[in-house]
Design a protein around this ligand. Structure first.
Ligand SMILES: Nc1ncnc2c1ncn2[C@@H]1O[C@H](COP(=O)(O)OP(=O)(O)OP(=O)(O)O)[C@@H](O)[C@H]1O
Ligand SMILES: [Mg+2]
Length: 317
């Protein structure tokens, strides 16, 4: 069953069309990702879905409730984790959580109990009594997520949950998101990390300039890419490392050159040897040669025909 239904959702800021009549549905229990570059309209969409920004046009139903009619009712079943923390610097971690609980009408004793449990789950037990100000960025993000689920919402909205924090904290946060999902929550997240979308989400909407350019399961997206085969070579010869030159040499493949690295995308499975032989004829030493697993990025480039500059790749452990 769709727990989030969005039809023709539109947001204008003056003349700027930030979100342009988008449609999508999120199934109960899935992790649904909004992937897109800066300024694509991800935060604006989250803000409309969660009642933080007025909707210019279109419909949003969350658990069957019309967002425009009953924002309060919707807000009791959703949790929102904004891209910037909304917690209080001078309060301790635990007091921040108890305060958030109180906003949902949860009595203080129960708020403290839930707060302690979440601090433990999020590995922040030791820091619970320290003021939020003293937290590292990663700790702040974790506490902000804990605050977003203090009222045990069915649906959690996360805006760029791992942007701007260190690799280790980012990995812990991705694991936490996985745990929250396994506990049965529906999760809607935005990201501009392709690997994050690939790793966490069951389905991904690719949004650019306020429009959804593509929406599918990660599995289907990767399946499409498996029809393409990618070889990568690290080469020595600068003359050979010219995109136009190589494209003419290998007209049936799509060539991408970046510094001394060449990627060859071929429509059919191809061995490395014919390429290595050809490079050798061209007097070009090959330092490395390998077959690459296609990534979501390859798929997005293939499907949308656009480059994905603005989307970022991160090393993920
Ligand atoms: N309050 C506002 N007033 C005017 N324009 C806005 C406002 N908020 C967002 N915009 C514009 O709407 C567009 C979409 O912005 P949005 O913040 O939704 O993008 P985003 O996908 O979240 O980007 P990022 O990855 O940088 O967070 C941008 O062009 C932005 O400048
Ligand atoms: Mg944003």
């Amino acid at each position: 069953m769709a727990i989030i239904e969005v039809q023709g959702l539109t947001k204008k800021f003056g003349d700027l069309l930030a979100v342009d009549a988008i449609d999508f549905e999120v199934e109960e229990g899935e992790i649904f990702g909004f992937l897109g570059p800066n300024g694509a309209g991800k935060t604006t969409t989250i803000n409309m879905l969660t009642g933080l920004t007025r909707i210019t046009g279109g419909q949003v139903y969350i658990a069957g409730v019309d967002c425009r009619q009953a924002v309060k009712k919707v807000q009791s079943i959703i949790g929102v984790v904004p891209d910037e923390s909304n917690l209080y610097d001078e309060l301790s971690g635990l007091d921040n959580l108890a305060f958030c609980a109180a906003l949902y009408g949860i009595p203080r004793a129960q708020g403290l109990k839930r707060g302690r449990r979440l601090l433990k789950q999020f590995g922040l037990e030791e820091a619970g009594d320290r003021s939020f100000r003293t937290y590292s960025k990663g700790m702040k993000r974790k506490l902000t997520i804990a605050a977003g689920i203090i009222h045990e919402p069915r649906i959690l909205f996360l805006d760029e949950p791992t942007t701007g924090i260190d690799v280790v904290s980012a990995r812990q946060i991705r694991n936490l998101i996985g745990d929250l999902h396994r506990q049965g929550r529906t999760i809607f997240l935005t990201t501009h990390y392709i690997e994050e979308a690939e790793r966490l989400c069951s389905r991904v909407a690719f949004i650019v300039d306020g429009r959804i350019r593509h929406l599918d399961t990660v599995e289907n997206l990767l399946e499409q890419a498996r029809e393409e085969h990618i070889l990568e070579f690290v080469l020595a010869n600068e003359r050979v490392l010219d995109q136009d030159f190589l494209q003419k040499e290998f007209p049936t493949a799509r060539i991408e050159v970046s510094q001394n690295r060449v990627r060859v995308h071929t429509p059919r499975p191809t061995g490395l040897k014919p390429f290595i032989d050809r490079f050798s004829d061209l007097d070009c030493a090959v330092y490395e040669a390998r077959l690459l697993r296609p990534t979501l990025e390859d798929v997005l480039i293939k499907i949308t025909g656009m480059d994905t500059t603005g989307l970022q790749e991160v090393k993920m452990g």
